[in-house]
Design a protein around this ligand. Structure first.
Ligand code: ADP
Ligand code: MG
Ligand code: MG
Length: 893
């Protein structure tokens, strides 16, 4: 393979091979911008180095060829004792990894060429300073010598001569320092600082390759989900000097204002300095505009170069440049990083300048960026006292009184307070508290713990795994940072940073949220300044375009009318999942108890009878809120014992009561029932369609409630569109039985009301067997809805509630997983089942309507997968509806 590309040979399409920096340098050279001569060693050479533990022999030869070309062109030799060529050796991977890898400047300097440099520049001080920088940088990054040794020697020198900054050191001081530095190298490595320029070059190249695999680089890649196999490229580039006096300098710039998107001049300049000085913040920089006075010619060239780059990349670029004695050099460019707000503004601004289309504009903005704009934020100027920092599980800024359980949460919120639910960890019993709370703080658990997953789904701020917090429910205390807090004390959670503060921190609401909930007018009214108004206009344009181009519809998961209305306001085009079991919680638990305790069919039917009107009212409200839009209602799914008291607690209660003279007969019966229903693996137990088949009348009740609610609304002139969904189907026969029963009920209710009830009846595809037999199941289904949470659990054989603490951390560590499959769909495994079910279902019914409900429906990466798989809609939490709309648009654009 060819390991070395001259800048003139590559282009920006070759980031895999040349790394981002190399590809962009090549591109700049190609379009005629002044790039110092150089070449790029490919990532493939790095991979060979990692595989073999040494650089491939061909690489040395290719480097010689490329280097000689530069030497011949410039008429200078690497490390010559007369006007030497010096080079930088710069890392540059495909994805930028800021601060992770190494760059060595001034390679080629030695005891002889330092004199050549002094002679050529006429500046002794500059030459010795460059040499001491080389030994320092080379010593640290290539020879692995403790950087403090050099830093201390530098400080010692400064105090010895009474210099307050580096700049105050004279040429002689610096020459002394070079001697000291060489001594440090000798002591640390047992050999002299390498004098041979070519040897320096070889060693620096190997060191840059090696820096790919440092501990911190690996850690960074794991976090950013960058593969360890890519390797880095190495750029060898002729040194140019911004520190050759007042006609020289260095700077960084953006081609347009990253916050407004407006084109113009944004950047910093430092005269008589080298690149790393700007970043290090050693001296105060000047605004770039000042360069116009200092050096009008270079300034004009720079403006032109920036315009070329913008036209070429059709995006905001950031650049590094250096001016050496009045000559401009471009040292780096890339499409610039930007904040979420800037992404919207830059993209629409580029559209207005006719540089990109709206399709391109939405491809440059992510759902994650939109979601950042939706959360309220703490006022950055406010004073805060930090209690602890833990895992940022669900973004947002929440302030409220500490509450420790559901009862307190309800009581305080009903009294008008805003509350933070603080728990050691949460479980489904805490749901009510979580629903009313502004924020959730737990002492245990990670990003996929119950608290984190549920909070994210609800759009509630959460910080989890705050191990320094001690939650003592008995004593009604929360101990942290040497303080003892009590219910009623106010704390503040930042779900974006994981910080927990004491006391009230002012929160500023997001006008973008106002916009997605109440429309453009309301959003604009909530804006405090023009910048915000411009941002809202940009968001609105992007959203309207996404809506216009997307193929997939977006529905919401909502269990009650309030959530449904909220989702609808945010653009939901239906309900993809209404979980009816939430309607059995709270006061209504007792009805389920009656159903479970019923002896014989008659008693059970009577118990179910009492639930009918309650369910019907729920559905009337929900369907009314979703008038005219499809509303998928899932029949009861979880095992019934979830609605009953805890086995151990009840057993203790009965035992105590017995010892005390005799337990309540009802409790005894309840205990027997709970014991009877106890399962080792409830997730794989009596739930979903199995319940419907096992307990006659249960599904019938729900179907009847749906039918009667529909009739009622139709009679009121409404347009209810319920869809009946059967959960956990694994066999077509299960669905067939329920379907027959449902058709009977619909016919009966319809006939009595004189209307035809042909409601769609479909099922969830959430078991591998359902996916594999989708062709058969489609015979009985009017629609499919993929339940990717259960499908992930059953495909991997993971229990979502347990894996987090058990071994996810190890799996992420050793690379079995790069992200939780409950967060982003595992395309290779679970996704393959989804695709096969889509194909199977449509082979039976070409128009079979299909969607997805569950966490993944709101996850950007997964949404793109569902688009490609051919689903008709995604359904997600009301909060994520706008995000899903944008991502569905991006997938289609
Ligand atoms: P990073 O990726 O950390 O920015 P770079 O490879 O860009 O590292 O280099 C670090 C600094 O050195 C930058 O300011 C860059 O502009 C400067 N630099 C790199 N190569 C040269 C060169 N050949 N001549 C002058 N300055 C250089
Ligand atoms: Mg750089
Ligand atoms: Mg399920």
């Amino acid at each position: 393979p060819k390991y070395v590309y001259r800048f003139a040979e590559g282009d920006m399409g070759q980031k895999d091979l040349l790394g981002g920096k190399g590809a962009n340098l090549a591109e700049m050279a190609k379009i005629g911008l002044p790039v110092p001569p150089g070449f790029t060693i490919t990532t493939e050479a790095c991979r060979a180095y990692m595989r073999d533990g040494e650089v491939p022999p061909e690489l040395r030869v290719e480097v010689t060829m490329a280097l000689r070309e530069i030497e011949d062109t410039l008429g200078r030799r690497l490390g010559d004792f007369h006007d030497p060529l010096l080079v930088s050796v710069r890392s540059g991977a495909k994805f930028s990894m800021p601060g992770m890898m190494e760059t060595v400047l001034n390679v080629g300097l030695n005891d002889a060429s330092v004199k050549g440099l002094a002679e050529f520049s006429g500046d002794d001080r500059f030459a010795w300073d460059s040499y001491r920088r080389l030994i320092q940088m080379f010593g640290k990054t290539v020879l692995d010598i403790d950087g403090d040794l050099f830093a201390r020697a530098l400080d010692d020198k400064k105090s010895a001569v009474g210099a307050s900054t580096d700049v105050d050191l004279s040429a002689d001081d610096l020459q002394d320092l070079v001697t000291t530095f060489k001594g440090i190298v000798q002591d640390a490595t047992g050999r002299e600082f390498p004098q041979h320029p070519r040897e320096q070059l070889e060693m620096a190249i190997a060191a840059v390759f090696g820096s790919w695999n440092t501990e911190r680089a690996r850690l960074y890649r794991r976090r950013e989900r960058i593969s360890n196999d890519l390797g880095t490229a190495v750029n060898v580039m002729t040194m140019v000097f911004g520190n050759l006096g007042e006609t020289s300098g260095t700077g960084v710039a953006f081609t347009r204002d990253p916050s407004t998107g407006h084109s113009g001049l944004y950047g910093d300049y430092l005269s008589n300095a080298q690149g790393e000085d700007v970043v290090a913040g050693i001296r105060n920089t000047l605004p770039l505009a000042d360069l116009e006075q200092l050096d009008p010619t270079s300034y004009g060239e720079l403006l032109q170069a920036m315009r070329r780059l913008e036209t070429h990349y059709r995006d905001l670029c950031d650049i590094e440049f250096t001016i050496e004695r009045g000559k401009l050099w471009m040292l780096q460019t890339r499409v610039g990083k930007r904040t979420a707000a800037a992404a919207f503004r830059v993209a629409t601004q580029l559209v207005d300048e006719n540089l990109i289309t709206m399709d391109e504009a939405i491809s440059r903005i992510t759902g994650a960026q939109l979601s950042q704009l939706l959360f309220p934020q703490f006022d950055g100027d406010a004073a805060k006292e930090l209690l602890t920092t833990a895992m940022a599980a669900s973004p947002g800024a929440a302030v409220g009184e500490i509450v420790l359980d559901n009862a307190q949460a309800l009581e305080r919120t009903q009294a008008g307070a805003s509350v933070i639910l603080v728990r050691r960890e949460t479980n489904p019993d805490d749901l009510q508290g979580m629903i009313v709370a502004s924020g959730v703080l737990t002492a245990r658990g990670g990003k996929t713990s119950h608290a984190a997953v549920v909070a994210r789904g609800m759009g509630t701020t959460a910080v989890v795994g705050a191990e320094e917090i001690d939650v003592d429910v008995e004593a009604k205390e929360v101990r942290v940072a040497g303080r003892v807090l009590h219910p009623g004390d106010v704390i503040a959670l930042d779900g974006t940073t994981g910080e927990v503060f004491l006391g009230d921190v002012p929160v500023v609401d997001s006008p973008v949220m106002r916009y997605v909930s109440d429309g453009l007018e309301a959003g604009l009214a909530a804006c405090e300044d023009d910048a915000m108004r411009e941002l809202l206009q940009a968001v609105d344009r992007v959203m309207r375009h996404a809506d216009a181009v997307r193929r997939m519809r977006v529905r919401a998961n909502a269990d009650n009318a309030d959530d449904a209305r909220r989702a609808r306001a945010r653009g939901a085009e239906g309900i993809g999942l209404c979980r009816t079991e939430h309607q059995f919680l709270g006061d209504r638990r007792v009805h389920i108890e009656h159903v479970v305790l019923a002896e014989g069919d008659e008693e059970r039917l009577a118990a179910l009878e009492t639930l009918l009107p309650l369910q019907r009212e729920d559905f009337v409200e929900l369907l009314e809120a979703m008038d005219g839009l499809p509303t998928t209602i899932r029949l009861i799914d979880p095992p019934l014992h979830e609605f009953l008291p805890d086995l151990t607690e009840l057993a203790v209660k009965v035992a105590l009561a017995n010892a005390d003279g005799g337990a309540d007969a009802r409790d005894v019966r309840l205990l027997a029932a709970v014991q009877r229903m106890h399962e080792q693996n409830p997730m794989l137990g009596l739930r979903g369609v199995r319940l419907g088949l096992k307990i006659p009348g249960l599904f019938a009740l729900q179907i009847r409630a749906i039918a009667e609610a529909t009739v009622r609304l139709r009679e009121a002139g409404k347009d209810p569109r319920p869809e009946i969904m059967v959960p956990l189907v694994g066999s077509v026969r299960e669905l067939q039985i329920i379907r027959e029963e449902a058709l009977g009920i619909l016919a009966e209710v319809g006939a009595a009301a004189g209307t035809e009830l042909d409601l769609p009846i479909g099922c969830m595809i959430e078991l591998p067997r359902a996916a594999l037999t989708a062709r058969r199941i489609a015979e009985e289904a009017d629609f499919f809805s993929f339940g990717t949470n259960d499908l992930t659990q059953t495909t991997w054989g993971f229990s979502r509630d347990d894996v987090e603490g058990a071994f996810f951390a190890d799996y992420l560590e050793n690379g079995v997983l790069t992200i939780s499959p409950f967060e982003t769909l595992d395309a290779d495994g679970v996704g393959a089942l989804v695709s096969s079910a889509v194909t199977g279902g449509r082979s039976t019914k070409p128009d079979l309507h299909m969607g997805v409900c569950g966490e993944h429906g709101g996850d950007p990466e997964s949404i793109h997968f569902f688009h490609d798989a051919g689903l008709d809609y995604v359904s997600c939490s009301p909060f994520r509806v706008p995000i899903a709309r944008l991502e569905a648009g991006r997938a289609a654009a």
